[in-house]
Design a protein around this ligand. Structure first.
Ligand code: PAF
Length: 285
C-alpha cells in the first residue's frame, strides 16, 4: 500500500488507474472501518479498481470545545491495518494540503436534515462534514464511496448532497459493527474509563427497548411518551442524553401517524454523554 500525503502524489498515483472506491475516515481505525474497507474491496473488484482510504481529522466538523485536539491520531497503525485489509492507497493529507487557503466556501446542507439531531446538538457539524466530503470526492474522484450507518444522519446527508449536486459517485451504506456486548464501535470508545466502558452498551440497550415499543405503537402520543421514558431512563443511570428519537428513515423527520407500523419506515437514534465522552448509536426499526 502506498501512503500519499499530497494532492500531487494522489493525482499521480490515481492517474493510470480505474476510478477508485473511497473509504473516508478520520483515522484511529477499528473493525467498523475495516468492514467498510472490506466492502470497498468487493465493489472495487468489479472494475479492478483500487481502494483508497483517506485519513484526515477535519477541523471544520468540530465545534468549539469539542475533541478536535485530543482526537487520536494513529496513522502508523492505521496504515498497517489498511494494508492488511486490502487497501491499495492511503491518502493522508495534512491541513495545508486539504485547506491550502482558508476554506471560506462551505456546503450548507438542507437545515431540515442537517439542523436536526446531531446537527442541533453540534451546530455547524454537517457543514464541515459535507464540505470535506465534497472536497475528498473532488480530489479522489471515486466511482463509489463507503460510509457506515453508525453515522446515520451523515450517510443520509451525503446521499442527498450527491443526488442534489449530481455527483458521479455511488454511495454505499454499511451496517454498524458492534462489540460483543452490543456497543457500537467508535474511535471515541477509547475515551471511556473502565466503569464507563461497562455502562456504555446501555445506550444500545435503551434504543433497542425503544425500538421494540415503537414497533408496537399505534399512536403518536404513545411514541412521544416512549421516547421521553427512554431519555429519562438514561438520565437515571447518569447519562446526559442530547436526544433519543424515533424518526423516519427516509428523511429523519418526525413520523406521522401513517408511518407507524409500516415496515422499514423508522429508525431510532440516540446520542448521549457518559462522563466526558459523547456516544451515538441508532437502530433501524
Ligand atoms: O465519518 C467520519 O469519519 C467523518 O465524518 C468523515 C466522513 C471522514 C468526514 O470527515
Amino acid at each position: 500500500m502506498r501512503i500519499l500525503h499530497t494532492r500531487a502524489e494522489l493525482h499521480r498515483a490515481l492517474d493510470p488507474l480505474p476510478r477508485p472506491v473511497l473509504v473516508p475516515t478520520m483515522g484511529n481505525l477499528h473493525a467498523g472501518h475495516l468492514a467498510l474497507v472490506a466492502r470497498a474491496c468487493e465493489l472495487a473488484r468489479e472494475t479492478d479498481a483500487p481502494v483508497v482510504a483517506s485519513v484526515f481529522v477535519n477541523r471544520l466538523q468540530f465545534g468549539p470545545g469539542e475533541d478536535f485536539d485530543r482526537y487520536p491520531r494513529t496513522l502508523q497503525r492505521d496504515a498497517e491495518l489498511l494494508e492488511q485489509a486490502g487497501c491499495r492507497l492511503l491518502f493522508a493529507p495534512d491541513e495545508a494540503q486539504m485547506y491550502p487557503v482558508p476554506q471560506t466556501f462551505h456546503v450548507h446542507p438542507d437545515p431540515r436534515l442537517a439542523g436536526e439531531l446531531e446537527g442541533a446538538a453540534r451546530p455547524g457539524h454537517f457543514e464541515g462534514v459535507a464540505t470535506v466530503v465534497l472536497k475528498l470526492f473532488q480530489l479522489v474522484r471515486p466511482a463509489a464511496a463507503v460510509f457506515g450507518k453508525k453515522d446515520y444522519q451523515q450517510l443520509l446527508l451525503v446521499r442527498a448532497m450527491v443526488e442534489q449536486f449530481a455527483l458521479d459517485v455511488r454511495i454505499e451504506g454499511l451496517d454498524t459493527v458492534r462489540e460483543s456486548d452490543g456497543l457500537a464501535m467508535s474511535s471515541r470508545n477509547g475515551y471511556l474509563g473502565a466503569a464507563e466502558r461497562a455502562q456504555a452498551p446501555q445506550l444500545q440497550r435503551t434504543l433497542r427497548a425503544l425500538a421494540e415499543t415503537a414497533r408496537a405503537c399505534t399512536d403518536l402520543e404513545q411514541l412521544r411518551q416512549a421516547q421521553h421514558a427512554a431519555a429519562h431512563a438514561l438520565r437515571e443511570l447518569g447519562w446526559a442524553p442530547d436526544y433519543v428519537s424515533v424518526r423516519r428513515r427516509a428523511d429523519l423527520q418526525t413520523p406521522q401517524a401513517q408511518d407507524l407500523g409500516r415496515p422499514d419506515a423508522l429508525v431510532v437514534l440516540g446520542a448521549a454523554r457518559l462522563g466526558t465522552t459523547r456516544l451515538l448509536d441508532n437502530l433501524e426499526i
